[in-house]
Unconditional design. Structure first.
Length: 338
């Protein structure tokens, strides 16, 4: 496992930042928070936070309940944590996660690294899901059955992603799973919880960011082709092949910009959302790496090898998502609606 070591004497905040930046723990004994950040793969939680903020900003000016929005935000973050915990547990039980598989190479696998036992990981997942259930009950009382539908839909897709008998990841459906979850379910569900209804414009407006998250998963699955193919894990990159998958992922990133412009023209998103187009230089920066195979060796100090395309796509997603939030925030502040 490649790590960027953080001295054990650094402050707690520095250690937490190190984990959030690299997904890897610093050297030395782990405090409770550091351990939890590693176990839940908190470095990728910004994708969920961004999705929730997009839904919340689209809700501004439409009778938003701030308290319910905050609950929904906490709910989707807990759901993502639970998803990561369950994936590690179920992939290990299914035999796909081993010490030689990328999951245990780019960051410590919770169980294989000895950080936690199987029982402990199952218990952690159960506790997170129970907390999420408490939030769901409150939201359901306030907003009715559609909130339950959003939550159960997300939970079902999260479990079905790796759990038999469906194992959507193994059947080339994991990428579609992510598009639906990080698009309509997270953005649309957060909006519904905050406002109490869900117009078609919001469902449509949820798709651009969902495309960005799907691009990250595509990158991750491209990185894992040489491990997944022999195991019969037929992710979309395994089915399409490495070269076609790289170009397809480039297409997903381009589709983000095209869809934002199209949705502004269709008045499904406020025009300040066009600020997302300012992320095009980031797209240019990642375009070349996606136009050629993964290098044989990682650059010096690269923290998440053998992941390569996933990390590059994540950087683009972070920049584009931040600029989309900026544009929607400007629209919210100045009352610019569709």
């Amino acid at each position: 496992m490649t790590e960027i070591a953080a001295p054990a004497t650094t402050s707690l905040l520095a250690r937490w930042r190190h984990i959030l930046r690299t997904t890897n723990p610093p050297e030395g004994d782990l405090d409770v928070v550091s351990r939890w950040l590693v176990l839940t793969r908190a470095a990728v939680l910004p994708m969920t936070i961004t999705a929730g903020i997009v839904g919340g900003l689209l809700a501004v000016g439409h009778g938003v309940r701030v308290d319910l929005f905050v609950l929904a935000m906490v709910g989707i973050i807990l759901a993502h944590m639970s998803n990561n915990l369950m994936n590690d547990l179920f992939d290990l039980e299914a035999g796909s996660d081993t010490k030689e598989y990328p999951r245990a190479l780019y960051a410590p696998h919770p169980i294989l690294s000895g950080m936690i036992s199987r029982r402990g990981l199952a218990l952690a997942s159960l506790i997170v899901n129970l907390l999420d259930l408490g939030i769901l009950i409150v939201l359901a009382v306030e907003r009715g059955w559609p909130v339950v539908a959003f939550a159960l839909g997300g939970f079902f897709l999260s479990v079905a992603y790796t759990t038999p008998p469906l194992r959507l990841k193994k059947r080339g459906l994991g990428e579609l799973d992510v598009l639906v979850v990080w698009g309509p379910l997270m953005v649309g569900g957060t909006y519904y919880a905050a406002v109490g209804h869900l117009p078609w414009q919001v469902v449509a407006a949820s798709l651009p960011y969902g495309l960005l998250c799907t691009a990250v998963l595509m990158g991750k699955h491209i990185d894992k082709i040489e491990w997944d193919a022999p195991q019969g894990i037929k992710t979309l990159p395994v089915l399409l092949g490495e070269r076609t998958s790289r170009h397809f992922t480039q297409g997903l990133m381009v589709a983000f910009y095209v869809s934002v412009v199209a949705l502004v023209i269709a008045r499904a998103m406020p025009w300040p959302a066009l600020a997302a187009v300012a992320a095009l230089p980031a797209l240019v920066k990642v375009w070349k790496p996606f136009s050629q195979p993964r290098p044989d060796e990682p650059p010096h100090g690269f923290p998440v090898w053998p992941l390569w395309f996933a990390a590059i796509a994540f950087l683009h997603t972070r920049r584009a998502g931040a600029l989309l939030i900026l544009g929607l925030a400007v629209a919210a502040v100045f009352g610019i609606h569709t």
